[in-house]
Design a protein around this ligand. Structure first.
Ligand code: TRP
Length: 374
């Protein structure tokens, strides 16, 4: 893996990411005011993650909207690498994806990459299968429409994915992957093949249904390198390039560096956490932008930009006016760090209570979501 102070690849995210720079480096387009207006014209409102620049960049989004306005729907594709419990950092892409599904009334293809995680992580096949099952419950609990959502599990749907994956793989050289992901000769050979598997859902629905729809992929921007490769390859296979909409990483509880990780469950909020665990974790670990003493805080105010409770509220306080009021008061020192944390704790616990209720009844719905091979 390439080691830089700031690194963004599917297998390594480090440092405090400069998204403006990333737009240039990756060659993606910024989502500007004009594009936001255009989306709003179709959807009637903008999701808070669009209003707040959390989904901030794209590739060819305009093409999807052009066709949509002419009455031709696209389909959505996103995925989950099942290697541990789902935490709040994972779900921002999926919550946004659900919003897209609802507003545009489109199908979603959701890939569980059990092969990827088996190949990349130090876990047994059985452990990965357990996480695949657990993660499905969380995805279902987010409320996707079972009639319009299809789960693909790489090892279970291999019969339909593999024939297409070899066609993709034949068009990708090892040197391309070395350049894109920093691979070297000691990578296992499965991991080298894997990007072909992640490419397939870009066009698989069209193959299965003999259609020619655009594919729109909502993702965390670390996944973009896979699809940069896909976009070249699928055209050679006479399929359409996917459009992409890129999200920023939700910062880790302990501060702005890097993305959240479930390998340190003490420092990420898991979907299964109890109210008291949430409270404890936030109070103990959430990086504070406040001053050292109350007197100083009242005098100088806190720094909203680095304060994790403030930053996380962007994800959980949907009301713009309320969020702004909290930011204003915190900046002026009228609100203390502990008080903002309390607001966040209540918001998250309210959200998780609902989620956990739906999660408890998700098991019996799995069969409705798994794509049935005819
Ligand atoms: N590789 C992704 C992960 O590790 C999972 C994934 C598969 C994905 N297909 C995708 C993510 C499409 C975003 C879009 O989590």
């Amino acid at each position: 893996m390439t080691k830089r102070s700031v690194s963004v690849t599917p297998y390594d995210v480090q440092g405090n990411v400069d998204y403006k720079k990333l737009i240039k480096e990756f060659g993606v387009q910024e989502i500007d005011k004009k594009l936001l207006e255009r989306i709003k014209k179709i959807t009637g409102e903008l999701h808070p993650y669009l209003r707040r620049g959390i989904f901030f960049a794209h590739r060819d989004l305009k093409e999807c909207l052009d066709e949509y306005e002419k009455g031709k729907k696209f389909f959505l594709y996103t995925g989950c690498g099942p290697s541990g419990p789902i935490h709040l950092g994972h779900i921002s892409v999926w919550r946004f994806t659900k919003w897209l599904q609802d507003k545009f009334g489109v199908e979603l293809w959701f890939q569980f990459t059990d092969d990827e995680k088996f190949l990349y992580k130090n876990q047994t096949y059985e452990e990965i299968q357990k996480w695949t099952h657990e993660n499905m419950l969380d995805v279902i609990a987010l409320g996707f429409d079972p009639k319009k959502t299809h789960f693909l599990v790489d090892t279970k749907h291999a019969g339909i994915i593999y024939p297409e994956a070899i066609k993709v793989a034949k068009k990708i050289t090892f040197s391309t992957l070395k350049a894109a992901f920093g691979f070297n000769d000691s990578n296992n050979i499965g991991s080298i093949f894997y990007t072909a598997m992640q490419t397939v859902p870009v066009f698989l629905p069209n193959v299965l249904k003999k259609e020619n729809k655009k594919c729109l992929i909502p993702l965390g921007i670390d996944q973009d390198p896979h699809f940069r490769i896909s976009r070249d390859v699928v055209e050679k296979l006479r399929h359409r390039k996917p459009s992409i909409i890129h999200g920023k990483f939700m910062p880790a509880l302990v501060g702005l560096d890097g993305k959240m990780s479930s390998s340190d469950p003490d420092k990420a909020i898991l979907m299964t956490d109890t109210p008291s665990q949430v409270k404890k974790k936030i109070n103990k670990h959430a990086f504070s932008g406040g001053q050292d003493t109350i007197e100083e805080h009242r005098k100088h105010g806190g720094n909203v930009e680095v304060d994790i409770a403030c930053q996380w509220l962007k994800y959980f306080e949907e009301d713009d006016a309320k969020l702004q009021e909290i930011y204003d008061k915190y900046s002026k020192g009228e609100l203390l760090s502990g008080e903002v944390k309390k607001i966040l704790i209540d918001k998250i616990n309210e959200f998780l209570a609902e989620h956990q209720k739906r999660r408890a009844s998700a098991e019996k719905k799995i069969k409705d979501f798994l794509y049935t091979i005819n």
